[in-house]
Design a protein around this ligand. Sequence first.
Ligand code: THG
Length: 367
Amino acid sequence: MRLVQSPRIRESCFYERSIAAGADSAGPYNGMILPYSYGDPVAEHQRLMHGVAMWDVAAERQVEVAGPDAAACVQYLTARDLSTMKDGQGKYVAVCNHAGELLNDPVLLKLNDEQFWFSIADSDYLMFAQAIAGERGFDVVVSEPDVSPLAVQGPMAEDVVASMFGDEVRALKYFWFLEMEFEDIPVVVCRSGWSKQGGFELFLRDGSRGADLWDAVAEAGAPYDIGPGAPNGIERIESGLLSYGGDTTDGSNPFECGMERYVQVDIEPDFVGKAALQRIKAEGPARLFVGLVLAEEAIDWPMGHREEVLLDGRVVGTMSGVANSTRVGAVIGVAQIETPVVEAGPTVEVCTPAGLMSAEIRRLPFC
Ligand code: THG
């Protein structure tokens, strides 16, 4: 059996280069192929912590909202107050359905009042945004632009990106961006990325230049020993970064996902899910996104499965990521657990492929 390439699963414009660089595992994400690893997850974690890594994250596809009503439409789609958002600024946002359930957790970039990009996690948000915009009569076009993010992450990322684009990128605050060119390659340079080690994402605006941009970053990064990587499963658990579709389950709302900071239910403008989110906030979330410390020396089963969390033999949640963390000095995980169990805490059990394990609930992030 082999996975057949077809138009149903799109290759990113960095795909050839990722393969050539040694990507040895990958998975589906937003109808594309997201490289997962280059064969040594622990070394990739070390590089991210101490050096610089480059990641193909073109599978974080863009949903562009453009036109005279773009700002109003984007606010109507988003559960976060966008009233102070400036041109050149990004924000991490929750977008929900009418029941207040999280549909995606994009990074939203405001290019100007009439052009926004939702940089989306793994769900079909384009169709939802199109339907809402059409039904509400907003004067916008909702479409997918030719934009592909390439992440440069780690403590040396700033030096690499500054050597390509100049020192002005050093002044960028978190999630702010500049529209720039490297030689003649058009790029939005944004201080962002799915790690807490610092870095940038280069949003390439011409898919025919994927190999050129990859090669330019590899060359600029060579003095810093840059290497390929992927969204890192160990670091993101240490940092408590949410994986939409990995950690969330059907019906998860932003208050259950550690996204309460990004939801303002009392803003003046209406938005999709507002009434439901007001109610959920008043009642309190049924589950919480928390950390677990497992009472084990190390685990050796593959990550990526969901394991049941138990209390007195009853299922009270799911653990959706686990890692041997040398930084924390423990086996750590992330889980969705019923709120009363979290409040009573701290000890639960996890039903793992290696048997039942005791675990303690911790607040996120670990680091
Ligand atoms: N890159 C791009 N788009 C994306 C992702 C990405 N869209 C989907 C998904 N990944 C979004 N997920 C996150 C989750 C957390 C953060 C960024 C993207 C993040 N969080 C910081 C934190 O938790 O400390 C800061 C958030 C804040 O306070 O505003 O950075 O990887 N292009």
